[in-house]
Design a protein around this ligand. Structure first.
Ligand code: M6R
Length: 607
């Protein structure tokens, strides 16, 4: 993770470095720092914790210059202290780094043997010492930078200040993204175009293995073989406006409430207004002609993929494998020759999902991105995309992006079934009509808010909560548990309801909260039997169901959260909303920071 910004300008840069950093806080918020050339050399300021702490430190001891770099950290090596905060510095060098240097121990030992003294426990500090080492050996700045980059193994995006009065930024990437921005009499480096959006929309994405020398009015790029290259300059379509909380207390709360609009936008984008059939463009043939699908993602996005497996298999009669990206990329998967791979990601920058995408491309699979950030690495590298139109999601806990992913996958499953002729025109239209009701159903589901808030104290004081579901509601149970864990720091587990008797039922004692997700479907009778079993053992049952089934839970559930009747594929999408409220209000009760939970970052750009 970690976010990087660099600016070289005719004007002072500190305030704008800080502004760029605030836009990158979604990548990590363990510590932050900046370094600038101030005419006498490199000066830096760092602080543990969020960027606001760096801002206070800079107010107390301002540093200023016209060329600088900045960093917000998500700790990988070394605790999140001020000492371990970037930039890392030697007498003539300051660097910021995103990624993991895998050979840092060996390099550190070599440098220590040669007299270098390290100040931190980070892997990144070795980059600063390597550059210094090459300068000490007599290499010029550019050669010292390149010689050092050539020695790194692992993943990195690096920006560096080198020398004493320099007006140059050095940058390199391998495995972690880096963007160069073009202004008027100024140039920028950033982890993404969003960080640079207040300063410029003119950007160039460095490619794998590129290194760049950025001067005030030009950039020189070399590829991984050391050959000079040019890269296209694009106009980023990213708004400079930062999302605001408006009248909401937290982004998570706001984003839960935005779901009627985000679902309306997303669904409308993939339905032909004339025929009322799905509109899949280039993704259509990839879904129609594939022998097999593989859906790959991490975290919440993986649970969206897991729901989609039920839909694609049931309606389009196509075998779907789902995989967690970090497992897929290393397990030598057997892939269908004529297969299509789906990559689901809010950020489009998740390192493991991106690596899995590259693996599938090498294997010759067709690739479709289901991504919320249209200019992200995954969106740019897939053959085609079915973007989710959830809008920027700021809260670390994925809410509106998850339901938008499910909506796109539902449309993809029905579209693919229609193209593969496993459902008729009329069946496809009936499904589409149901999906068109998602915004209305979502508004009705938002009305469960106060009831969920009243249940939250029970979850807040419990040592554990179980979430159960069957069929497409099983991944919802996993998602409900993940949401609760990540924003409340309480233990929760999701299980397939049919697995209860194979172990998890032993966890249930008097008062254990069990959230059962059971709107009407073909398995409802079986789920109700499971509820009876756990209620008989003292569980505090919270049923999320619909009007058709609410009466089945009488006498068994302490709380019945009743959703409207949920036609077609809408059930798992709408059932997510009370799960999000339960997590949000439990976090509120416990006083945790649900928008920036401890140890997490919005975008997981290291494996
Ligand atoms: O940006 P991505 O969708 O690829 O991120 C995947 C996961 O890191 C993400 O869903 C994570 O699990 C969320 N914090 C869940 O709320």
């Amino acid at each position: 993770m970690c976010g990087i910004v660099g600016i070289i300008s005719t004007r002072p840069v500190s305030a704008r470095l800080l502004e760029g950093l605030k836009r990158l806080e979604y990548r990590g918020y363990d510590s932050a720092g900046i370094a600038v050339f101030n005419g006498q050399g490199i000066k830096r300021c760092r602080a543990a914790g969020k960027i606001v702490n760096l801002q206070s430190a800079l107010q107390e001891s301002p540093i200023e210059g016209t060329c600088g770099i900045a960093h917000t950290r998500w700790a990988t090596h070394g605790r999140p202290t001020r000492t371990n905060a970037h930039p890392h510095q030697t007498s003539q060098v300051a660097i910021v780094h995103n990624g993991i240097i895998e050979n840092h121990k060996a390099l550190r030992e070599e440098l220590i043997d040669q007299g270098h003294v390290f100040a931190t426990q980070t892997d990144s500090e070795v980059i600063a010492h390597l550059i210094q080492h090459h300068l000490d050996k007599g290499l010029g700045e550019t050669d010292a930078f390149q010689a050092s980059i050539d020695k790194l193994e692992g993943a990195y995006a690096v920006a560096a200040l080198i020398g004493t009065h320099s007006q140059t930024l050095y940058a390199a990437r391998h495995g972690s993204p880096l963007v160069i921005g073009f202004g008027t009499d100024e140039m920028f480096v950033g982890s993404d175009a969003f960080a640079l959006a207040p300063f410029t929309q003119k950007v160039l994405y460095l490619e794998e293995g590129d290194s760049a020398i950025v001067n005030i009015d030009n950039v020189t790029i070399k590829d991984k073989a050391g050959a000079p290259v040019t890269r296209d300059i694009l106009t980023a379509k990213i708004s400079a406006v930062m999302a605001e909380k408006g009248n909401y207390r937290h982004f998570m709360e706001k984003e839960i409430h935005e779901q009627p609009e985000s679902l309306a936008r997303t669904v409308a984008a993939y339905i032909d207004p004339d025929t009322h059939l799905p509109l899949l463009d280039d993704a259509g043939p990839l879904l129609q002609n594939a022998d097999r699908l593989v859906a790959i993602a991490c975290g919440t996005a993986f649970y969206a993929a897991s729901v989609a497996k039920y839909w694609f298999e049931q309606y389009a009669d196509i075998h779907v494998e789902t995989d967690i990206a970090s497992e897929f990329r290393y397990r030598h998967p057997a892939l269908a020759k004529n297969g299509t791979a789906l990559f689901i990601s809010q950020s489009g920058e998740t390192a493991d999902t991106l690596a899995a995408l590259r693996y599938c491309k090498r294997a010759g699979l067709g690739t479709i991105g289901i991504v919320n950030a249209p200019e992200s690495s995954i969106a740019r590298e897939t053959n085609t995309n079915l973007h989710t139109l959830a809008g920027p999601e700021i809260g670390v806990a994925s809410t509106k992006a998850f339901t938008a992913q499910l909506a796109v996958l539902a449309l993809g499953a029905i579209g693919s079934a229609h193209l593969r002729k496993t459902i008729s025109d009329d069946e496809a239209k009936a499904h589409i009509e149901a999906l068109e009701h998602l915004p209305t159903l979502c508004k009705a589901a938002l009305e469960t808010e106060q009831q969920c808030a009243s249940i939250a104290p029970t979850l807040a004081q419990a040592s554990q909560t179980l979430f159960l579901g069957r069929g497409a509601y099983f991944p919802l149970a996993l998602e409900g548990a993940l949401k609760l864990k990540e924003v409340t720091y309480l233990h929760a587990e999701g299980y397939a309801a049919g697995e209860l008797k194979h172990g998890p039922i032993a966890l249930i004692e008097e008062g254990t909260p069990v959230v059962i997700i059971a709107p009407n479907d073909a398995l409802i009778e079986k789920t109700i039997s499971n509820v009876e079993e756990i209620a008989a053992r003292g569980a505090h049952v919270i049923a999320i169901t619909d009007k058709a089934c609410a009466s089945h839970f009488e006498g068994q559930a302490r709380h019945t959260i009743c959703l409207p009747d949920l036609p077609g594929l809408t059930g798992p999408i709408i059932s997510a909303i009370p799960l999000q409220f339960l997590a949000y209000y439990t976090a509120l009760k416990r006083g945790t920071n649900m928008d920036q939970p401890r140890n997490l970052a919005k975008s997981v750009t290291v494996e």
